[in-house]
Design a protein around this ligand. Structure first.
Ligand code: HEC
Length: 134
């Protein structure tokens, strides 16, 4: 064993004793810390799920920027949810988005999603509104 190694072993030994000796004084907070989950509105989380399940993202993009793979060559292009209200045909309000999801936009690839049911449409509309602001 060379000199450097014995110094390392000695330090480890001293450190271990110190840890044992101080064992009783451990601050209690460090042992009971729980990481709080970020507060996510459950409706927004459900909205995201529906948005991805129903392939809205394939045209509108995951963040709703109108940049989904399947939307690149469409005419008109999928709405970028961040675009100003006056560029939306039915408007970016909950009522406007709900109308779009119930009726679609005639003569465009944006079809109606009535088959999802009113409840899911309401959650999706809330999620689209959320994306338009975030
Ligand atoms: C096949 C591609 C495609 C898919 C899938 C799709 N959209 Fe669209 N969406 C479009 C296009 C294209 C437009 C633009 C229509 C226009 O400008 O007239 C549009 C427009 C919209 C608008 C804006 C309407 C307005 O007032 O101008 C909303 C809101 C919307 N889509 C939501 C959704 C949601 C939510 C889903 C999933 C349930 C979805 N879209 C799925 C292509 C798609």
């Amino acid at each position: 064993m060379n000199f450097q190694k014995s110094i390392v072993s000695l330090s480890v030994l001293v450190f271990s004793f110190a840890m044992i000796a101080c064992g009783g004084d451990k601050p209690t907070e460090t042992t009971t810390t729980e990481v709080a989950a970020p507060a996510v509105d459950p409706e927004i989380a459900r909205g995201e799920e529906l948005y991805l399940q129903n392939a809205c993202a394939s045209c509108h993009g995951e963040k709703g920027l109108g940049d989904g793979e399947a939307g690149k060559f469409l005419k008109p292009l999928p709405r970028n949810y961040k675009s100003p209200a006056n560029e939306w045909k039915n408007g970016n309000t909950l009522a406007g988005i709900t109308k779009t999801l119930k009726e679609g936009i005639k003569n465009t690839p944006m079809v109606a999603y009535t088959h999802l049911g009113d409840e899911n449409i309401a959650i999706l509309a809330k999620y689209v509104e959320h994306l338009s602001k975030n």
